[in-house]
Structures are given as C-alpha cells and as structure tokens.
Design a protein around this ligand. Sequence first.
Ligand code: DQA
Length: 144
Amino acid sequence: MAKRVLVLNGPNLNMLGIREPQTYGSQTLADIEKACIADGKAVGLTVECRQSNIEGELVTWIQQAIGKFDALVLNPGAYSHTSIAIHDAIRAVGLPVIEVHLSNIHAREAFRHHSYVSPVALGVICGLGASGYKLALHALAEKL
Ligand code: DQA
C-alpha cells in the first residue's frame, strides 16, 4: 500500500503568490499543493495537503495524523519560531516530520534563526523555495 504523507502549511502561507514574492517566490499555495500531490505520486506516496492560520488547528491535525498518515511535511511558518505546542504535538505522535521553509531562515532576521520544530524533525530543508517540498517528499519516499 502507498505510504501516506500529510503536507501541512501554517500561517500566512495561504498568501503565497501575493506575499513578499522576492522572499517566498511567485507560486501560490495551490500551485505548491498541486505539485506536492504530483511529486508524491511519482515516488509512490499518497499526499494530502492542508493549511491553517490557527496554531491549535495545526496541533489537532498533527495529533489526528496517527494511524492515518505515515509521515508529515510541515512548513510551520512563523509558528516555527514560537510554538512549543507544535513541538510537543510532533513528539507526542512520534511520526517522522520534515520541516520545510521556502526562505533561508538563517540568512534572515535573528528571530527566525531558532525553530522549535527543528529538534523534533527528522530533517530540515530551507532556502530552496518550493523545491523544498519536493525534496522532502523524495526523502520520505526513501525513508518510509
Ligand atoms: C517561512 C519562514 C518563516 O520565518 C515565516 O514566518 C513564514 C514562512 C518560510 O517558508 O520561509 O511564514 O516558514
């Protein structure tokens, strides 16, 4: 049976295409999600995509991934830098998570240099734009 991957995007990522294209690129979230489904399929993964601006909703979806998904690709947006709740949810479910950022958070403001998600992630990809999601899915296809 195909492995199932949940691709989760956090706050403001629904604004992609409009939001700071010089930093985040010109693709919309719909473009990225469509590519994730196709890229996943190409490597034998069934991909479902969701986005929320609400921290608790992301926490709930991470919790509910148990038994439904084999791994997650997560761009937590600004919650990367603030959310102990998302960190705890990832620890609680014990599923492999690849953290993705479109921009290179280490080359930006100091407040973006720390991520609460990174210590509980299987791997972290940042600075490669939308390709980061594809790379994450390819890595999961190899690992799962
Ligand atoms: C981001 C980086 C975060 O610092 C920022 O708050 C975002 C997007 C990225 O994909 O580069 O919303 O996660």
